[in-house]
Design a protein around this ligand. Structure first.
Ligand code: ATP
Length: 438
């Protein structure tokens, strides 16, 4: 786990190993903007796919959607965002740096100790314009959340997916918020990916489904190996609820800088569908066959951040060993070197396995490449590595969380023939076993 004093080393590791690095670096970077490297993109893709599998493909009552990022600006009028999607902004009267008023320890002073001006509401939506002429009529916004794309398509999906209430619509995609104070690595950025699911229910069943989704979502993180003691549920007080919410519970994680939100589960009532009905003039109600009533469904929304969830998985799984892990120390390395091990869930690890010929010689290389082909044909993402000492190669894989290494060694061969066995070396226990992979 990463503690506050290890944060710098963690960020350096993420860059060194191709997980996450500062964006636009060759131009001096762009503040709080990050790119995912060869390892990071694999992990991010796997985490997104895992969410999709649990939330959509493993259930009969949830379907997916992929809506546009730029929607008709009337959507944001109706949803209340043009007016309410704001954060309270204050300015340091001396340095002119800007802060979120609700994040200040003392509401009258900036973190530099200077007085601050009056609180203003700052709208977080990124404005853009559609078409070649910039004029008021062409103003549009980059979506600050993915869920409005779901609400405006609710009837369309309901009518084409053969679902009945209760059922859900899920969507994953980029959202944009012009955050006043982004920071803490990828915890809060201006461009990020959300994984949201809107579950449409009868109003009298909203509380039941709210409890259900809070537990489901908490267990999703525990099942992915996040330590239980680093997670907690926090209910928002009524006074702090967002304009659309009838109740919100956050799943919080114990970040190196303190507890903070990982995912929010909200009971949005019938706010969004009612607003869209009012503003678009289109009927958003459904007919209940049993009660013979028409009603506007209520919505329970688990809203997660993909970047933030990946950050939590990395922070929780990252371990460092000052003088090497026992039995795994690389003799040629500086003994003061930090040795890193990423004990991330194997479903999220960038590579499912690494295949290593013990030495760079035939027929070990040939057999190793055959094994790579076989594993790839089985749908595995495999890394082949033949350079460097075997200890160093194991260590490289430990650093990026590869759960198992298959070593093609001399025991694999008999009279120049493949005996069908390799050494399987486990990341966490470092145990080596002979296994048959045919
Ligand atoms: P906060 O109050 O911290 O600004 P929020 O309550 O507005 O966040 P939601 O609108 O509930 O956040 O968004 C749902 C999820 O999307 C969050 O739990 C988080 O995982 C993710 N998320 C929101 N804003 C950002 C951001 N700026 N950067 C990265 N992830 C974000």
């Amino acid at each position: 786990m990463v503690t506050q004093d290890k944060m710098q080393e963690f960020v350096a590791w993420a860059k060194r190993r191709g997980v996450i690095f500062a964006s636009s670096e060759i131009y001096g970077g762009l503040s709080n903007s990050y790119d995912y490297g060869s390892i990071g993109v694999e992990m991010k893709n796997k985490l997104r796919a895992h969410w999709w599998r649990t939330m959509v493909q493993s259930r009969d009552d949830i379907v997916g959607l992929d809506s546009a990022i730029i929607l008709n600006p009337k959507v944001w009028e109706a949803a209340g965002h043009t007016e309410n999607f704001t954060d309270p902004l204050v300015e340091d009267l001396v340095t002119h740096k800007r802060y979120r008023a609700d994040h200040l320890e003392d509401p009258t002073k900036s973190p530099d100790g200077n007085p601050v001006g009056e609180v203003k509401n700052f709208n977080l939506m990124f404005k853009t314009s559609i078409g070649p002429v910039e004029e008021d009529a062409s103003v549009a916004y980059l979506r600050p959340e993915t869920c409005q794309g779901i609400f405006i398509n609710f009837k369309q999906v309901f009518e084409t997916s053969r679902q009945k209430i209760p059922f859900g619509i899920a969507q994953v995609g980029k959202s944009f918020r012009n955050e006043i104070t982004p920071g803490n690595f990828t915890f809060r950025t201006r461009e990020f990916e959300q994984m949201e699911m809107e579950f449409f229910v009868r109003p009298d069943e909203a509380d039941k489904w709210f409890e259900f989704w809070v537990n489901e979502r908490l267990n999703w993180y525990i099942n992915l190996g996040i330590k239980k003691e680093n997670l907690k549920l926090v209910k928002h007080p009524k006074s702090a609820l967002a304009h659309y919410s009838k109740g919100t519970t956050d799943i919080e994680y114990k970040y190196p800088w303190g507890w903070g939100e990982l995912e929010g589960i909200a009971n949005r009532g019938d706010f969004d569908l009612t607003q869209h009905q009012k503003h678009s003039g289109k009927d958003m109600s459904v007919f209940d066959e049993t009660t013979k009533e028409k009603f506007i469904p209520w919505v329970i929304e688990p809203a997660a951040g993909l970047d933030r969830a990946l950050l939590v998985l990395l922070l929780d799984a990252w371990q460092d060993f000052k003088n090497g892990r026992s039995g795994n120390a690389d003799k040629s390395a500086d003994p003061n070197d930090l040795e890193v091990m990423l004990s991330v869930d194997q479903r999220i690890a960038a590579y499912d396995a690494a295949v290593l010929p013990l030495i760079k010689k035939e027929p070990l290389q040939k057999f190793a490449k055959e094994l790579v082909d076989k594993l790839r044909a089985d749908g595995k993402n495999v890394f082949y590595d033949e350079s460097g000492s075997i200890g160093r190669r194991y260590r490289r894989q430990d650093e990026i969380g590869t759960p198992v290494c298959y070593t093609v060694d001399f025991e694999t061969i008999e009279d120049g023939q493949h005996k069908g066995t390799v050494t399987a070396r486990d990341r966490d226990s470092m145990e080596q076993k002979r296994v048959t992979l045919t």
